[in-house]
Design a protein around this ligand. Structure first.
Ligand code: ADP
Ligand code: MG
Length: 345
C-alpha cells in the first residue's frame, strides 16, 4: 500500500473558486515526489490540505495507513518548508530550529541532541548561535528545512522553497535538498512550477493543471512519454506541426497516415529532429529555410520555416558540425517514434 494516499480530493473556496477537482495520488515510502504545474493549478492548496491547514471539501488523506483527513495540523507530524523562509529574525538559528519542538513537549536533553543533528544535516552547525537576519536566503531556507526535519516528521512538504533565490543558488540548494532527503530517507512532496527543477530532483512527478492530475510518472516518462498535450507542452520545448498538405504527406511517408484524424496535434521535440544532407532520399525529411540560428556553446538552436510550420531544431556540439546560417535552405528528418500525436489543440 502506498505511504501517502490522497483520494478524490476536492476543494472549493468560499468565493466559489474550485482549486482541486478530484485529485487522487499515491506517494511511496521514502519517495521524492513533486507537484509540478503552472501558477494557480492547485499545488499549494493540495499541499496545505495534506498538512491540515485547509480542510478538503471532500476526499480523504491517509499516511501510513492512518486516515488524517480530520486530524488537526499539529497532530499530523508533518514538516513543512515555505517559499518565504518564515524564520524568526529575533531568535538564534538554534532557537529557530528548536521552536518546532516546543508544542511537542520534548525534554530539554533531547532538544539539545536533536537540534544540532538537524543543523548538521543542513550544514549550519557552525552558525547555531547567530541571528538569521544577516544570513543569506539560501542559509535561511536551510534553517527552514532543519526546523521541518527536527520533529522527525512522517512526511516533509516543501512549497516552492527555492523560488526566492537566484538561479545559481537554486541549482546548488536543490542538489543539497535532494542529498539530504536521500540520506534521511523521508517521503517528501515538493512543489514547483519549474519543470527543469522537477526533472532534476524527483523520483516521480505529478503534473497538475486546473485542479486535476494530468500525469504521474518518473522524470523520464514525463519528458519522454507525455500522455497529454498539456504535459508535452509544459515540460520541455515542443514543436507543434501545422495541419496541411505537407504534414499529411510526411505522415503518409512515415506510415502514420492511419493514425491521423481531425483534432490530433502532431508534435516533436527539438532534439528529435536532425539535419540531413539535402537531396538524400529520406522518407522522413522536410525542407526548410533557416530564419534564425542561436549559438549557445554546447548546442545551437535553429529556427526553421517549413511547409509544416515553424520548427526549432537543437544541434548538439555545434562547433564540430556545420551549422547552416540564416537564409540557408536545409533538409531535416524526424524520427517516426519521436513524432507524438495528441488529441486536442
Ligand atoms: P498554485 O499553488 O498551484 O499556484 P493555489 O493552490 O495557490 O495554486 O491556487 C489554486 C486556485 O485556488 C487559484 O485559483 C487561487 O486563486 C485559488 N485560491 C487559493 N487559495 C485561496 C483562498 N484562500 N481563497 C480563495 N481562493 C483561493
Ligand atoms: Mg503555490
Amino acid at each position: 500500500m502506498a505511504y501517502l494516499q490522497v483520494r478524490d480530493a476536492t476543494k472549493s473556496f468560499a468565493g466559489g473558486t474550485t482549486a482541486l477537482r478530484g485529485v487522487s495520488l499515491d506517494v511511496r515510502r521514502g519517495e521524492f515526489f513533486t507537484l509540478l504545474g503552472p501558477s494557480g493549478c492547485g499545488k499549494t492548496t493540495l499541499l496545505r490540505a495534506i498538512a491540515g491547514f485547509n480542510p478538503l471539501t471532500s476526499g480523504t488523506i491517509a499516511v501510513d495507513g492512518i486516515d488524517l483527513t480530520s486530524v488537526p495540523p499539529h497532530k499530523r507530524d508533518i514538516g513543512m518548508v515555505f517559499q518565504d523562509y518564515a524564520v524568526f529574525p529575533h531568535l538564534s538559528v538554534f532557537d529557530n530550529v528548536a521552536f518546532g519542538l516546543k508544542p511537542r513537549k520534548v525534554p530539554p536533553a533531547e532538544v539539545a541532541r536533536r537540534v544540532p543533528e538537524a543543523l548538521e544535516a543542513v550544514r549550519l552547525a557552525a552558525l547555531a548561535d547567530r541571528l538569521p537576519a544577516a544570513m543569506s536566503g539560501g542559509q535561511q531556507q536551510r534553517i527552514g528545512l532543519a526546523r521541518a526535519m527536527v520533529i522527525n516528521p512522517r512526511l516533509l512538504l516543501m512549497d516552492e522553497p527555492l523560488s526566492n533565490l537566484d538561479a545559481k543558488l537554486r541549482i546548488e540548494l536543490r542538489e543539497e535538498i535532494r542529498d539530504i532527503q536521500q540520506r534521511v530517507g523521508i517521503a517528501t512532496i515538493y512543489v514547483t512550477h519549474d519543470q527543469e527543477e522537477a526533472l532534476a530532483i524527483s523520483d516521480r512527478i505529478c503534473v497538475m493543471s486546473n485542479g486535476h492530475v494530468e500525469q504521474v510518472g518518473t522524470p523520464e516518462a514525463i519528458y519522454g512519454d507525455p500522455q497529454t498535450l498539456f504535459v508535452a507542452r509544459f515540460v520541455g520545448t515542443l514543436n507543434e506541426l501545422e495541419r496541411g498538405p505537407a504534414l499529411a504527406d510526411l505522415l503518409q511517408r512515415l506510415d502514420l497516415g492511419a493514425a491521423d484524424r481531425d483534432g490530433v496535434t502532431w508534435t516533436i521535440r527539438p532534439e528529435d529532429i536532425r539535419l540531413v544532407s539535402s537531396g538524400a532520399a529520406d522518407t522522413a525529411a522536410l525542407e526548410g529555410v533557416v530564419s534564425k540560428c542561436t549559438y549557445l556553446g554546447r548546442e545551437a538552436h535553429l529556427h526553421l520555416r517549413t511547409p509544416a510550420g515553424d520548427l526549432i531544431v537543437h544541434v548538439v556540439n555545434p562547433s564540430r558540425v556545420a551549422v547552416p546560417a540564416a537564409g540557408a535552405t536545409v533538409a531535416v528528418a524526424v524520427g517516426r517514434e519521436a513524432l507524438m500525436g495528441f488529441d486536442g489543440e
